[in-house]
Design a protein around this ligand. Structure first.
Ligand SMILES: Cc1cc2nc3c(=O)[nH]c(=O)nc-3n(C[C@H](O)[C@H](O)[C@H](O)COP(=O)(O)OP(=O)(O)OC[C@H]3O[C@@H](n4cnc5c(N)ncnc54)[C@H](O)[C@@H]3O)c2cc1C
Length: 477
């Protein structure tokens, strides 16, 4: 089959999956006004693959059949793969008008992490299975959600120490050909509109947690799977001013496995608790970098919004606004520079002969991004003014009696007519002052691992001995 069209992807989602939103079962995720935002964002992955202008970045030849397949599924077995993927993900985001299509990157990051783990375990069965799964996904152009985060209960306790075993996904039964799993994974991006989900443990485990040491892939319409998701913003957004393209974004789900049967050819880890942390580390080495990469187009776009707000309010040259502008530029360009630096210094992960971005630098990039995003937003809010939250809606603008007032009072500096300024303020509201903006701020902190995860990696990866040796030499001890 190889590359699917966006329409084929959407048709594939009409498969009887159990998805709930605001207490109601969603019959067709491609038509739901909220979930459609995510479906249409994800569809860019499929549109891109058929666009000749994107071919060089988006497509590769299947190593066995020579057929066109998505470049997301390339085996990262040469150092240059890191920079190539950095460019692919950025290009996909620019193509999707600033949003990340997402439905192949997290899945392929997990496939890469599991390939590393199988190589390092020296487990030939797992290696064959994950290689077969990579080919299956590439040849059928599968969209994949990544399910890592367990619901976790008491964070300081491991799975077997919790008051109930339900806080971590686990194996509840096993036959010669299959396993049965129960549990829930939280915050699963694009879960409602991916074809399959790939599951791995989220933490280190002990022998007592053996049942939690499980990794597998399964179609999201499998019996026993239920997803509960919450709305973000509507596809048909009637309050904001229309833009040249509908707004893009994603939804997450609470993904529940109620005695779900998984065939063993789709099981990539079963009981090897000693390797659980390794799988989580290997995945995050790939994924944290993917995450940093897809922040770049968003930050460039948001910096642009801040600059336009300064222009519209006539304050671009005011000295304190110049300071805000410099801070925004410093933030955006430092994130970009760190991300680029990580791709220029790839590492062979644990001697697996698979290459990941430099882990110290990519964690620094993610930490820099997450730690300073709120201040970046604050700068834009300061520049834009109170209209961010008090602006009349598009319905008011269209209202016969109200429009003349808005025309009269809402204009800005220079060429900013009332319509132009309100249009800009409407987008700014969406990005820095709406429910979605709150989602974005929390996403920045927690998605792809919260601050502590990056700080731990900095501590683990920093060249401490080198620093000390430099000091010893100077002192002469
Ligand atoms: C928008 C969004 C999208 C996401 N998408 C996905 C996805 O597609 N797939 C997926 O698997 N996950 C996804 N995640 C989950 C994300 O990886 C987690 O949110 C993140 O790892 C933090 O976990 P948590 O939300 O359970 O918060 P917690 O881990 O509960 O963190 C809350 C606080 O507790 C602290 N803490 C946690 N554990 C400990 C401990 N043992 N000791 C001391 N302090 C601790 C943390 O440092 C933090 O300060 C997504 C999250 C968001 C917000």
């Amino acid at each position: 089959m190889a590359l699917r069209t966006a329409d084929e992807y959407k048709q594939g989602l009409k498969d009887g999956r159990r998805v709930f939103l605001m207490g109601k079962k969603v019959e067709d995720v491609t038509c739901d006004p909220y979930i459609k935002v995510g479906v249409e964002t994800a569809a860019f992955d499929f549109l891109m693959a058929h666009d000749p202008a994107m071919r060089e970045k988006a497509i590769m030849a299947d190593p066995e059949t020579g057929e066109d397949i998505s470049a997301y599924f390339e085996l990262p077995d040469y150092p240059g793969h890191v920079a190539k993927r950095h460019e692919l993900i950025k290009a996909a985001c620019y193509y999707a008008q600033g949003a990340i299509p997402f439905v192949k990157d997290v899945g392929s990051d997990i496939i890469n992490g599991l390939t590393v783990a199988a190589r390092l375990m020296g487990n030939k069965d797992y290696l064959t299975r994950i290689n077969d799964y990579r080919s299956y996904c590439a040849r059928n152009d599968i969209s994949i959600a990544g399910a890592v985060t367990d619901v976790k209960g008491d964070r300081l306790k491991g799975p077997s120490e919790q008051k109930t075993p339900d806080y971590y996904l686990r194996v509840v039964d096993e036959t010669d050909d299959s396993i049965v799993v129960s549990g829930a994974k939280a915050h699963i991006t694009a879960g409602p509109y991916c074809d399959e989900v790939l599951v791995i443990p989220c933490r280190n485990l002990t022998q007592a947690d053996k049942a939690n040491a499980v990794s597998f892939a399964i179609p999201l319409n499998a019996p026993g799977i239920t997803q509960i998701c919450r709305p973000n913003f509507r596809y048909e957004d009637i309050h904001h001013f229309p833009t040249s393209h509908p707004k893009r974004g994603h939804l997450e789900s609470l993904l529940i496995f109620d005695n779900v049967s998984v065939p063993k050819e789709r099981v990539f880890m079963l009981g090897e608790w000693q390797f659980a942390q390794y799988v989580a580390y290997a995945f995050s080495a790939f994924h944290r970098y993917t995450a940093v990469t897809y922040k770049i187009p968003i930050l460039e776009y948001m910096t642009g919004l801040g600059l336009l707000a300064a222009e519209a309010n006539g304050i671009a040259k005011a000295s304190h606004i110049k300071e805000r502008t410099i801070d925004m530029i410093n933030y955006t360009e430092t994130t970009k520079a760190l991300a680029k630096a990580a791709s220029m210094d790839p590492e062979d992960f644990g001697g697996s002969k698979l290459f990941v971005p430099n882990r110290l630098t990519s964690n620094m990039a993610k930490l820099h991004f997450a730690a300073n995003f709120h201040e970046f937003v604050r700068n834009i809010q300061d520049i834009a003014g109170g209209l961010l939250v008090t602006q009349p809606t598009y319905q008011d603008w269209k209202h016969e009696e109200l429009n003349p007032y808005l025309e009269k009072y809402m204009g800005g500096a220079g060429e900013y007519t009332a319509e132009k300024r309100l249009k800009l303020m409407s987008m700014l509201h969406h990005m820095v002052a709406s429910d979605f903006a709150g989602w974005h701020e929390v996403c920045t902190i927690h998605a792809e691992g919260s601050f502590a995860a990056q700080r731990m990696m900095l501590y683990a990866e920093a060249p401490m001995e080198m620093y000390k040796e430099k000091a010893r030499k100077v002192i002469g001890i």
